[in-house]
Design a protein around this ligand. Sequence first.
Ligand SMILES: [Zn+2]
Length: 70
Amino acid sequence: MRNRPKLERGRIPTYTPSVGVVPICPHCGEEIDGVYQQQVAENLGKAYMWFCMECRKVLGVSHRKGFWMG
Ligand SMILES: [Zn+2]
């Protein structure tokens, strides 16, 4: 069993570099070195889709206008 980081709600998000911490895909539970990025067509501009290198499930979509904004 791998130790999954607990999601601490209520904490203010920080941008501390994750040195020595390996990200784990929420879908397949595999440790991943990074994610694939793929540009997708979007009405109001370019959007990027991020997906797991192991299971290829989408982890998120980012728009150029702002993070997680539509
Ligand atoms: Zn995965």
